[in-house]
Write a protein that binds this ligand. Structure first.
Ligand code: NAP
Length: 290
């Protein structure tokens, strides 16, 4: 039976690992804290004592962890997955990492005979648990073709941007634009509240007017209602993505990415005050009256 090692069982990874079980794969799982694996183990996943242990005999290793540091830890430290992966095995990185990290990992894992697939995703944890993620792939076409059976359980759209790293480039652009939108939305809602506008009307106007992107539609309702139940994307992760994106922008553009830097600053404040809370709580930071 086809064997997948799945590493990182946070909000996103937990649901993604479950998709491999539902699809009939043999699944070994590892997470830094074991508690998040218990129900997957009850559903048939095999608990591994380390990423290295999970990767033994795997046909593909899929990772979904927080950031560059976590990614390096699960792939390349002494008990990292690369230690036991056979030559030719697929190394599918779904975490949102920096562009330079994606290039470095591709070089280091290829140097060990592994096939690196740059595969960050868009979609909320609900999409992760139902196999409806959009996969933003950077890989050689032949490598992507061999990875497709392992991508099918987790995503229903594959966007192939080009060579390794290109999926991450697009993901960082996407999430920087999201950071700018959410931070500016928080300021707009805070201004409307302080000016005494009818907030039901404001929410309706924002969700149906010219600025009504999916981010604005989702977060305007939650911000106006101060309803942050079911946090899906934390302030710390939004800050991380925006900071990685601005670093990339600085390498690509002659002019400083002004809006991007402002969003990084805004999310640095949110991260300092409420790192594990929903990114939409930005409204609480900007809504202090004068
Ligand atoms: P999360 O719930 O905070 O989970 C983070 C995961 O990373 C956990 O499994 C955590 O282990 C692990 N981790 C963190 N630091 C580690 C380290 N040093 N060594 C080993 N493992 C470490 O985050 P998430 O929302 O699932 O996001 C995971 C990735 O997907 C991130 O790159 C994020 O940017 C990206 N993403 C998220 C969303 C979303 O809507 N949430 C959407 C698209 C992409 P513990 O459980 O032990 O803490």
């Amino acid at each position: 039976m086809t064997r997948v090692a799945f590493i990182g069982l946070g909000r996103m990874g937990h649901g993604m690992a479950g998709r491999y079980l539902d699809a009939g794969f043999t699944v070994a799982v590892w997470n830094r804290s074991k508690a998040k694996a218990e129900d997957l183990i009850a559903r048939g996943a095999q608990w591994a004592t380390s990423p290295e242990d999970a990767a033994i005999d795997a046909d593909a290793v899929v990772t979904m962890v927080a950031d560059d540091e976590a990614s390096r830890a699960v792939w390349l430290t002494k008990d990292g997955a690369a230690a036991t992966m056979k030559a030719g095995t697929l190394a599918i990185e779904c975490s949102t990492v920096s562009y330079q990290h994606a290039l470095d990992m591709a070089r280091e894992l290829r140097g060990r005979g592994l096939v690196y697939i740059d595969c960050p995703v868009t979609g909320l944890p609900e999409a992760a648990a139902t196999g409806k993620l959009t996969l933003l792939v950077g890989a050689d076409t032949a490598d992507l073709d061999s990875a497709k059976p392992y991508l099918a359980p987790i995503g229903n759209v594959i966007r192939h941007f080009g060579a390794v790293g290109s999926g991450t480039v697009y993901k960082l652009i996407n999430n920087l634009m999201g950071a700018v939108q959410i931070a500016s939305l928080a300021e707009g809602i805070a201004m409307a509240e302080q000016a005494g506008l009818d907030m039901k009307l404001v929410a309706e106007a924002m969700a149906t007017g010219a600025v009504a992107s999916p981010q604005v539609i989702r977060h305007s309702r939650r911000m106006v209602a101060r309803d942050f139940s079911g946090a899906s994307f934390t302030a710390a992760l939004r800050h991380k993505d925006a900071a990685y994106a601005v670093k990339l922008a600085e390498a690509l553009l002659a002019e400083a990415p002004l809006l991007g830097r402002a969003a990084v600053e805004a999310y640095a404040r949110a991260k300092a005050q409420m790192p594990d809370d929903d990114e939409g709580k930005m409204i609480e930071i900007v809504s202090q009256p004068k």
